[in-house]
Unconditional design. Structure first.
Length: 446
């Protein structure tokens, strides 16, 4: 049993974020709410009065890391209020409460209530029982607005434009954790972008759970209208997208992007498998041939585009031949990076109940081969840029390398450059000299 009150005038709040860019965005929203209520933010490993752990449930690893972070926060200050929020809290609130002893378990679409609920708990003499606030999926009908006034340690701004997913891929728990598709009003998106650009953010990364579902208030395909509006907005240098579902990249949409001065030619197209049979079992709505056609259409407009993807290995029933097919398909596409995920059974999804689960040792060895391919392809992609001069949008000092700074090209190549003074958000021309694996090294061009 834990007892305690937080003391007036010493409210410190620490945030730990797991998972995706939408979670990062929502953590910043909660930070803004706490700071508006008089709390001050401290680093995640500091002593705090309140810890907010924004959890992830996309894989078993997400669940496990979320639990670890909740327990670690408790150990940093046993009398703090520990709040587990987000996707894992949404999917397994009782488990989170019992296994971690979080004081507050807060699901999705409830994050705007966090300060009110923390204050309620702080006023209680005992917090022996977790307070659980989780909304059923069918009630998650509105877009949850959170105020954002910046992004800690970043010069890029993530703009959340939609939430939820209605696709129900057979392995994915996200439609259950995040609820149905809800769109943010275009006017609110543009207002947030305008505020952030006035604060010096020059690069906007449009994010969402299923970004390509975004529609404007007239029910039209919204990404086109949004990119057109951002194109006209002063102060914005770059527009990027988070993950896109391939089948939504139509010729007119690509034509529109081809005409944009600000769009960054980096396409994260979530393939999942290069085997047609596996894609069918996954309930993905395209074949490898369709995917190849889309990549060709992208490269027809952006010949040096960076095309990255996610690949799942060891999906139930994935045979050795299907895996080889997937590997060969990825090789033939020539991605600039692959995020590799061994399949992880998620409660409540059809694939978790299928009998032909792939043994862990097989998943691990397939993941290792796919990661090896990813590294080879990244090096090959970077080598095509050696000697080229590119604008680099700088973000931060290089950790452990005093005097160096790092940033990203439009193609999302991370570049380190020695010894120049900069402000995050500055953009300089850099000659790319060398491929170093996860990044390139360059020289400032005066
Ligand atoms: S599109 Fe499929 S993989 Fe992506 S969030 Fe929706 S259900 Fe999950």
């Amino acid at each position: 049993m834990r007892k305690g009150r937080i003391v007036e005038n010493s409210f410190r709040v620490a945030f730990i974020t797991l998972g995706c860019k939408v979670n990062s965005y929502e953590t910043e929203g909660m930070r803004t709410l706490f700071e508006a209520a008089g709390y001050h933010s401290v680093p995640e490993d500091a002593a705090a009065d309140v810890y907010v752990i924004n959890t992830c449930t996309v894989t078993n690893t997400g669940d496990r890391k979320s639990r670890q972070m909740i327990r670690r926060s408790r150990s940093l200050n046993p009398s703090a209020i520990v709040a587990a929020v987000g996707c894992y809290a949404q999917m397994a609130p009782d488990e989170v409460a019992v296994l971690t002893g979080a004081d507050l378990v807060l699901g999705n679409n409830q994050k705007h209530r966090i300060v009110e609920l923390v204050k309620e708990l702080a006023g209680k003499p005992s917090r022996a029982v977790s307070r659980i606030a989780v909304m059923p999926r069918e009630e998650m009908t509105g877009f949850e607005a959170l105020p954002i006034d910046g992004f800690t340690g970043k010069s890029r701004a993530f703009i959340k434009i939609q939430d939820g997913c209605d696709r129900f891929c057979s392995y994915c728990v996200i439609p259950l954790a995040r609820g149905p598709v809800r769109n943010r009003r275009m006017v609110d998106v543009l207002e947030e972008v305008s505020c952030l650009s006035k604060k010096g953010f020059r690069e906007m990364v449009l994010t969402g759970i299923h970004l390509t579902s975004f529609q404007n208030e007239q029910g039209e395909e919204g990404l086109t209208a949004l990119v057109r509006a951002l194109e006209e907005m002063e102060g914005i240098r770059r527009i990027r997208f988070g993950s896109l579902e391939p089948a939504f990249l139509t010729e007119p949409f690509l034509d529109m992007l081809g005409g944009s001065r600000k769009f960054c030619p980096h396409f994260h197209l979530s393939l999942q498998s290069g085997s047609e049979a596996v894609l069918r079992r996954m309930n993905r709505h395209y074949s490898p041939d369709v995917f190849r056609g889309i990549v060709q259409a992208v490269r027809a407009r952006f010949p040096d585009a960076s095309v990255t993807t996610d690949i799942m290995v060891g999906f139930p029933g994935e045979t050795a031949d299907e895996f080889e097919e997937s590997l060969a398909f990825c090789t033939s596409i020539g991605f600039s990076w692959i995020h590799v995920f061994p399949y992880s059974p998620r409660r409540g999804t059809p694939a978790a109940a299928w009998p032909d689960q792939v043994p862990k040792s097989v998943k691990d060895s397939r993941a290792a081969r796919m990661r090896h391919l990813a590294e080879e392809m990244r090096t090959a992609f970077q080598q095509t840029f050696i000697g080229r001069e590119m604008p680099v949008h700088f973000e931060q000092d290089v950790p452990g390398k005093p005097g160096w700074m790092e940033g990203f090209t439009t193609h999302y190549i991370q570049v380190s450059v020695p010894a120049i003074p900069f402000q995050p958000g500055d953009c300089f021309r850099v000659r790319l000299d060398e491929s170093l694996g996860d990044r390139m090294q360059g020289t400032l061009v005066i």
